[in-house]
Design a protein around this ligand. Sequence first.
Ligand code: PXG
Length: 454
Amino acid sequence: MQDMTTDDWRQLDAAHHMAPFTDYRELRAAGSRIITHADWHYIYDSDGNRILDAMAGLWCVNVGYGRKELVDAASSQMAALPYYNNFFKTSNQPVIALSKRLADLTPDGLNNVFYANSGSEANDTIIRMVRHFWALEGKPQKQTIIGRTYGYHGSTIMSASMGGMTAMHEQAATAPDFVHIKPPYGFLYQGNLSTADFAALAASWLEDKINEVGADHIAAFIAEPIQGAGGVIVPPEGYLNHVEAICRKYDILFIVDEVITGFGRTGQWFASQTFGLSPDMMTLAKGLTSGYVPMSAVMIGDRVATRLIDDGGEFYHGFTYSGHPVAAAVALANLDLIARDGLVEKIRDDTGPYLAAALEPLAAHPLVGEVRSFGLLAAIELVKDKAGPVLFDPVGEIGVICRDHAINQGLMVRAVRDAMIMSPPLSFEPSDIDHMVTILAAALDRTLEDITKR
Ligand code: PXG
């Protein structure tokens, strides 16, 4: 393997590897970028490029790459107990310690944890749990789950059906009993409304849907506090509190998917704390282990947990690796690092406001329709005309061009529709942010040149 060239690797990759969310013909023509190693906030590829990772992998490498504490935690746990299952009245010490830690860290009332390996599996678990819960309550007809357009909850049939990505629905992800409402996407829908009026309007879309379907058929409403993969959609202040109140009014479970927003990204340990929410259940993944090993978790509120514990009988659900001891040990070490380095406070007091201020000047760029950020999440909407704003047609081409300019200049960002998306490691420093903004500005200029040339 040592004498393999990058081209050899690319050819083998194209011959045998079907990567996720990939247009295979396109990738085979272009060849993949082979990432060889990573250190702190940079990734390195086999062509010798060093790229600042403003996406933290895929919204997950929150403590940065190369953290020895996480490597050591995995290695010691592998030596002591690499695996044992939690199925038949067995458990392990790291998973017990982690469960207690998560119960303490998450909002009051979330005191029980069910483990899985991905956000998708955690959300599938939630779907089964809430439907089982309502059956135990004597209301088995409460089946329908309300999600939102541009919501992302995973890629299994159920989690993709619950999410609001039309392109995914079109590829065999239309399980029954999921409906969707419009998201609180101010850039598209706010117009001249005040923030308060827009928050009330967007929340009324939930109430309208409940009345259309009938509350006695609805099990739950699920929302990412800030929609991530859908384009970093930051809700207007008050919206999330309104939708929670509507859920209470109609006795519908309120579920928050904190796979991206959890573990500090919004300047509190959880966005539920940032926005003052008391969800019935919460999805966690990604930042739980900073992506070093796979692990996800469902936090279960007391109402649901008590019913399942007292009356549920056996819950016929679980994965070989639910509560994996190595993943749990890494998660504990990761939570220690976040606390020790003061990352949550750093975002709240320092880098969150710094990022917002650093991005603001880009709003004046002729291509930019809106710049928004919250904590360490940010989006820059590219538009054909700032007046309106008028979007590009077709949507999505210009975003990819701009993203590629950024990558070629050493910055990894993501394009969603025609927005540039950032979700850097929580350990990003002001100097990293400055570097990122410099490259973004240059990428915007080059994109504008490309458009002018057309
Ligand atoms: N919920 C949220 C909020 C997510 O962002 C999942 C659930 C699913 O997690 P798993 O571990 O099953 O992937 C996610 C995942 C993108 C992108 O295009 C985002 C995710 C996954 C893949 C691509 O930005 N988020």
